[in-house]
Design a protein around this ligand. Sequence first.
Ligand code: MLC
Ligand code: AMP
Length: 508
Amino acid sequence: MYKSNLLASTLRHASVGHDNKVFATLSGSGETLTNGKLWDNAHKVAGALVDAGVVPGDRVAAQVEKSLPALELYLGTILAGGVYLPLNTAYTARELDYFLENAEPKVFVCASDRAGSLERIAAKAGVSRVFTLGSDGLGSLTDAVEAAGPIPRAVARGEDDLAAILYTSGTTGRSKGAMLTHGNLASNARVLTEVWRFTDDDVLIHALPIFHTHGLFVATNVALVAGASLIYHTKFDAAAIFADFARATTLMGVPTFYTRLLDLPELTKEAAAGMRLFISGSAPLLAETHVQWQQRTGQAILERYGMTETCMNTSNPYDGPRKPGTVGLPLPGVEVRIVDENGSALPDGEIGGIEVRGPNVFKGYWRMPEKTAAELREDGFFITGDVGMIDEDGYVSIIGRSKDLIISGGFNIYPKEIELVVDAVDGVKESAVFGLPHPDFGESVAVAVVPEDGADLSVEDITSAVAPQLARFKHPRHVVFLDALPRNAMGKVQKNQLRETYADVFTK
Ligand code: MLC
Ligand code: AMP
């Protein structure tokens, strides 16, 4: 019996018969990639991966700069039946070491300038093949593609089979690999395409990184499912994105995109008139930004809410009111409930933990059954760690987080991971990392450090110790030295107190 590859066929369907249509135009150079070429190239990449030994379920890890070939690598992995594991380009060798050891990928694809230094780490983790993306360097994927030839047909994969693992940091400082299935990604992309009314007439400005849910599974997958086109920016540049408003129809971004675009005096109703939809997510959009955007462009930003573990959960409606400060209604097929500390459902209007269930919810954490059991209830509801309420119209608002998480410019940062590094610095007794309001990134990282008795520590001692170990976006941007951390009677560090004391460090 012929079985298809669920995700690949979902992403390919709308473009069959439209092979000459441009799928992506590279901002700046104007280079284009047609639908036909994208899928031909993806089949070739799949051929090279199969040739390298990838069998269904094998992980293909990638730490590659945003480019068109990087999209082909993603699709090629799916066609080959592999499990795509994208990694933030900012991760240091130390961080990569953990991901490769934990995920044990068969293949690791990296930038040619890092291949030398990463090969040893990959070998230690048992990776069979290291490729570089592009034609330069030893072990280039392009050469392997030439040698192998395309696979004739996508490897069969069904609803419950893994399509991707995305790492997300955890409260303990150890990242967890969220296992996403073909069914999760395909169903979410189809639902979003429908509720946001994407069609093959759409031109989406794609300026997000493609190693996270937002840029890869929301922006890219939705454009593919709809048969739409992308204007593909390899880096965020407000002026370049604004210039594209004249030829695009939609934009997806984190709130920082919108606050930076608002800084452009030329942002007017006329300039945005050709755009039909502005979508924001990954971090809270201030109601103030929503209102300002509407005043300047005449259009209401549509805010939605998602997570690595669940893809998208809720969205403000396309036609109905887009309520500022809310993340909208549960998506079709997705259930959202608010619970008390015992996990019992609360009535509308009451504040509690947000839990979600549906075809979008992941399968669990890679090789962490205890973590999976702790966050995924037996009845299928996932405990998001977000705190919120549902109003009388069914709109969800996120009011806070029970998890100790900082979201900086849409990137998640768990304090524990930074505290472990700071605590290991010579002369540090203990530390507490906390998030503070930041005008550009929404939140940014601060650290309170308690030196050991007699230790003479400088800010530079802390920042230079952190720099080689953690990705740049996790680095504390404010360091204070204290004699002791504020604690409650139970001995728990009072981060709220630290957040209040230093609230205006980044905004004054
Ligand atoms: C860059 N830097 C950051 C940062 N981004 N620091 C903290 N937080 C960030 N988010 C660092 C750079 O390394 C640089 O360091 C300095 O800040 C200035 O960089 P920049 O050139 O101004 O940054 P830029 O490249 O413009 O990037 C900012 C950004 C980017 C907001 C465009 O961070 C971004 O694309 N964020 C989107 C993240 C995202 O896709 N999240 C989705 C997760 S999925 P130096 O060395 O110069 O000091 C998810 C689920 C869901 O959450 O619901 O979607
Ligand atoms: P991540 O782990 O990177 O997938 O980030 C998921 C988290 O981002 C969620 O649990 C929320 O805390 C937050 N988030 C995503 N979208 C929104 C939004 N629209 N408003 C507020 N927080 C959001």
